[in-house]
Every structure is written in structure tokens, then in C-alpha cells.
Design a protein around this ligand. Structure first.
Ligand code: GLC
Ligand code: CA
Length: 575
């Protein structure tokens, strides 16, 4: 029986490469994480999602796995991993790992075998097909890779193409093959037996491809999406894996779920079905983009509407609450603007209140708790409020490392160089790199991420000098200490965990106002999303109630009532 411990948890996502480097090679590692366990405990989180730490050639920073039962050389050894899990459990913190099984690395032994010959026993672990057109020199269908270009790569040796929905170094596994499904279940059980408490399942909605691999509709941004996302055998595969592995232990299974939205979620995450416990959906993180990639300003009304739909799901469907992860730009510039009109800390805290007082499983991404922000690349036009270090930084040409950003720049340079200024401008807002800069531990060299003299694998955000854990832990008013209070406040709080969600002033483009209610008791959540004062009128339902402020992002707490809210003010009142 599952205890469903995720319902009263606070998750912290670690992207190991950028968290803490213990041996001076400039790459974060497991001993680095171990050295920060007390930090995590003090922050108050109760579970960790660890991005992949398995053996990998790192074409996509570990999301291309060459051995599912071993640890990446740069990160350490299996002994380090065992020490990590023990260290977490000793502190009452659960651990979920990343399960990346839509594809493997092309350096995985299955693929190395598979590509050798058409009759190799591993051939059918992947999708190999004859090409189209004269001489088979055209891909088998028109699907596009999620990382640009065709989703197929030709191999001379056997004169066939293999499918890769991501980079060509990430060939897709053929889940129709029962042997593949058994391998995946065995991998899960291997880690459960080591004490791992669950998985975050990478692009899990892509595992079943439509029979016959038909061409996709010509539709941007991804041709083929409807032919491989949540199709044919998706439920069958998930149910089987849940039976064979996930539901045999007291686990939490979170799916990364392109294609799942507030409209269809109940079909995929209802507890009664025993499939995924919850999902990361991208409805709200796509609401500042055209075609999922071209940035535009967030429309608060739209954002609130998406949240409201998730909140309205039946009790047996649990949403997740997140703004950031290793694939998303930082939340402050995107949801409230880069400079926050001089109210940066208030804005960071307000976003946390707006999100984490909702119903769902909260996830905070490393660095979010100190208000880490996007790289100040020049195309972002952040010039106004920056210091000399940042200005120097902004002169640099493309700082991007991510395989997706690099592919984008390469392709546009080659095929449409005249669009480069626009492409660079878009990347400056949406690149995944923004989330991958090293964690800012201190004002020392390399932000304390690695020792002085070492070269961090990815550029450090120059704002670390005044934005780091060291400084913030000593300042009671810091973003970090606010997160600590908020996390503590949420855990075990019945109203926040499963109170009813009722929203007010849905049409406001400035305010986000809702309550969490259980009978007579309620929490009133009031957030000003603008950097200016904003008028607030007390909703009828709250009139005449005693109100006590429990959380506020200003030192001076003002009462609940008709008044002007201060810039980015956020208050939680118990009423
Ligand atoms: C997921 C991961 C992302 C990775 C992709 C391919 O979206 O979060 O980082 O590039 O899957 O594995
Ligand atoms: Ca290291």
C-alpha cells in the first residue's frame, strides 16, 4: 500500500552538475551534495529530486544514459551514492531519482549491439526503419526532433535509420518490445532496493509511438507530436510498470508530462488508477511563449486561469507546484520582470507565496530559494540596472552550453543567419542554460561552487557577489530565510494541504487573491503581481472576519482590509 507521502512533502530539485563541486574539477558531484545535506535539512525540505547521476557521455548532461546501474564518473561512485541516500534518510529526507527511459545514450551497450546488424538480438530494442524515397535517403517519416531537425538518423552500416526524439545521441527505446519493458522494471527495482523512494520520469508521455509510425500533421513547434505523445499503448505500459515496480514499494512517481494539461489530467493521475502520482505539466510555463518558444510577457489572467483549472481537479488528482527546473529560465525575470522595479526580493518572495499556498506537491529548484536569476546576456536588454561586472559579462558572445541552445544557434547560423539577432534575443529569455549556472554558495571565487583556481563547467552568474547563500543565511529578511519560513509553514498545514481553493478577482491583471478553506477556517492569500501600489478591496466573503497575518513579505505587516497593496506585496492571513 502506498502511503502517498508526497501529499505532505516539500521537494527540492538538485541538478548535480551545477550544485557543488567537491574535488576541484569544476563539475558538481555527489560528495558535493553530501557536503550540503545540513543546508537542505535547515531549509526544511523533506524530499529531493536528483537529476540523472548515472553513467553518461553527457551529450545532454546525463539525460543520455549509457549504464542505468552505475554512477557517472564525474559525479563519483556507487559508494558515494549509498552515502548520499543514507545521509538523506538519516535527516528524514526522501530521495527520488530521474528515470530516463524513453531513450538511452547511443553509447549504451544495447544500442551499440543494436546498430551492428539487422539480426542482432538488440536490434528491436530501438526503432530502426528503412528510409523513404529513391535509395531510402529520406527519413522514414516527417517527425521532428524536440531538439530541432529530423527525428531520424541514417546509419550506413545497415542502411537503415533510427529514431531519436531528442539529440541523435539519444535513440528512442522501442517499448513494444516486452524485453525493453522488463529491463525498465528491473532498473526501477534495482534502485528501489537501494532505498530510493521514487522517480521523476523523464518525457514519460512519449514512450508509446503510434503503430506504423505515421507522418505527423504539419504543425509547429513539433511535427509528429500527436503520433508519439500519449498514444496507443501508453496506459498499458504505465500500468504494467507500476505493477512490476512502482507500486511494489512506498514510492512517489512524478511524470514529466508534455501533452497532459488541466483538461485531460484526470485521465492520467487519478489515484484510483494507480499510474503516475502526479505530473509536471507545462501549461503555465508555456503561457509566456508563442509556439512554446518565442517569449512574450506573461498575462497574469491566463496564468491564474491555468492554476485555477489544476486546483479544481478532483481530490484524487494531485497537481504539482513549480516554476523552475533545469529546463526553464528562472522565474523572477519571466513572471515579474528582470529588475522588478527595485523590489527584487519582494517579488521573489511574492512568487513563492502565490505558488506554494496552492494545493499540490511543491517543488523548489536549486537556487530559487535565494532568488537566482537569468544570466545577464546583452540581448536580454537588462543593461539598465547592472554593475560593471555584469556589463562586462554582457559583452560576451553566446555563453550557452546546452545541446538545445547550441543546436538552435548552429542551425540558424547555417540556414538563416539574418534571423540571428532575433534568435539570440529569444534565447536570452528562454534558454535552458539560465537554470544551469552554478549554485551560488558564497561571495568567494566561483561563488563557492568550486575552489578558487578551478574552472566551473558553466559560467557563474556575476550577481553571485551580492546574491549567495552565505550572505542570505545571515540576513533574517533574506529570500532564503523567507523560503525557510514558508516551507515550515506549509508542511503539516491541513488548510494548505487540502483546503478548498476559491479564487477572487479572477479578471484582475494585477492581483492574485485566493483562499484555502476548510469549513469555517480559511487562509486568505493576497498577492500584488505589479511593482506598483495596487488597490485591494476586501471580498464579501472575508468581511467581518478576524484576520491574523501568518506570512508577509514586508517587515511591516498591514491588516486585511480595503487598502493599497505595496509593490509585490504578498500576505497570508488566517481568517
Ligand atoms: C526532459 C529533460 C531534459 C532533457 C529531455 C531529454 O525534458 O528534463 O533536460 O533534455 O528530457 O531527455
Ligand atoms: Ca567535481
Amino acid at each position: 500500500m502506498k502511503s502517498r507521502w508526497y501529499k505532505d512533502s516539500f521537494f527540492y530539485q538538485i541538478y548535480p552538475r551545477s550544485f557543488c563541486d567537491s574535488n576541484g574539477d569544476g563539475i558538481g558531484d555527489l560528495q558535493g551534495i553530501i557536503s550540503k545535506l545540513d543546508y537542505l535539512k535547515e531549509l526544511g525540505i523533506t524530499a529531493v529530486w536528483l537529476s540523472p547521476c548515472y553513467k553518461s557521455p553527457n551529450d545532454d548532461n546525463g539525460y543520455d544514459i549509457s549504464d542505468y546501474r552505475d554512477i557517472m564518473d564525474e559525479f563519483g561512485t556507487m559508494e558515494d551514492f549509498e552515502q548520499l541516500i543514507k545521509g538523506l534518510h538519516d535527516r528524514g529526507i526522501k530521495l527520488i531519482m530521474d528515470l530516463v527511459v524513453n531513450h538511452t545514450s547511443d553509447e549504451h551497450k544495447w544500442f551499440k549491439e543494436s546498430r551492428k546488424s539487422k539480426d542482432n538480438p538488440y536490434r528491436d530494442y530501438y526503432y530502426w526503419r528503412k528510409g523513404k524515397g529513391k535509395n531510402g535517403k529520406k527519413p522514414p517519416n516527417n517527425w521532428m526532433s524536440n531538439f530541432l531537425g529530423p527525428a531520424w538518423k541514417y546509419e550506413e552500416q545497415t542502411d537503415e535509420w533510427y529514431m531519436h526524439l531528442f539529440s541523435y545521441k539519444q535513440p528512442d527505446l522501442n517499448w513494444n518490445n516486452p524485453a525493453v519493458r522488463q529491463e525498465v522494471a528491473d532498473i526501477c527495482n534495482f534502485w528501489f532496493e537501494k532505498g530510493v523512494d521514487g522517480f521523476r520520469c523523464d518525457v514519460i508521455t512519449y514512450i508509446s509511438k503510434k503503430d506504423g509510425l505515421p507522418d505527423g500533421k504539419i504543425k509547429l513547434p513539433l511535427i509528429g507530436f500527436e503520433q508519439y505523445c500519449l498514444t496507443d499503448n501508453y496506459h498499458k505500459f504505465i500500468k504494467e510498470l507500476a505493477d512490476r515496480a512502482w507500486n511494489r514499494f512506498d514510492t512517489t512517481i512524478v511524470g514529466e508530462a508534455m501533452g497532459i494539461t488541466s483538461q485531460n489530467a484526470a485521465e492520467y493521475i487519478d489515484e484510483k488508477a494507480g499510474e503516475l502520482d502526479c505530473v509536471f505539466s507545462f501549461e503555465h510555463t508555456n503561457c509566456d511563449r508563442y509556439l512554446q518558444i518565442i517569449p512574450h510577457n506573461v498575462n497574469l489572467r491566463k496564468l491564474k486561469k491555468i492554476f485555477a483549472r489544476w486546483q479544481a481537479l478532483p481530490k484524487t488528482c494531485t497537481p504539482t507546484l513549480f516554476f523552475e527546473n533545469h529546463d526553464q529560465p528562472r522565474c523572477i525575470p519571466r513572471f515579474v520582470g528582470y529588475d522588478c522595479k527595485g523590489y527584487f526580493d519582494e517579488a521573489a518572495k511574492m512568487l513563492a507565496v502565490a505558488l506554494y499556498m496552492q494545493r499540490g506537491v511543491p517543488f523548489v529548484y536549486q537556487g530559487q530559494e535565494i532568488g537566482m536569476t537569468n544570466l545577464p546576456v546583452k540581448e536580454a536588454g537588462y543593461l539598465k540596472n547592472c554593475d560593471d561586472r555584469e556589463r562586462a559579462f554582457m559583452k560576451a558572445e553566446d555563453v550557452y552550453e546546452d545541446v538545445l541552445s547550441v543546436n538552435v544557434l548552429k542551425s540558424f547560423k547555417k540556414y538563416a543567419p539574418f534571423t540571428l539577432p532575433i534568435v539570440r534575443k529569444a534565447l536570452s529569455k528562454v534558454a535552458r542554460d539560465h537554470a544551469r549556472t552554478p549554485m551560488q554558495w558564497s561571495g568567494d571565487a566561483n561563488a563557492g561552487f568550486c575552489v578558487e583556481g578551478a574552472k566551473p563547467w558553466m559560467t557563474v552568474n556575476p550577481d553571485y557577489v551580492y546574491k549567495n547563500v552565505n550572505l542570505q543565511s545571515r540576513d533574517p529578511g533574506s529570500i532564503l530565510n523567507f523560503y525557510k519560513r514558508l516551507i515550515k509553514y506549509r508542511l503539516g498545514n491541513e488548510l494548505v494541504i487540502d483546503g478548498e481553493f476559491n479564487e477572487f478577482y479572477k479578471d484582475s491583471k494585477k492581483l492574485y487573491v485566493y483562499e484555502r478553506r476548510k469549513g469555517k477556517d480559511a487562509l486568505a492569500v493576497v498577492c500584488n503581481f505589479t511593482g506598483k501600489e495596487a488597490d485591494f478591496r476586501l471580498p464579501e466573503e472575508w468581511k467581518g472576519r478576524n484576520a491574523h497575518a501568518e506570512i508577509c513579505n514586508y517587515d511591516e505587516v498591514l491588516p486585511l482590509g480595503n487598502r493599497k497593496l505595496r509593490p509585490f506585496e504578498a500576505v497570508v492571513y488566517k481568517i
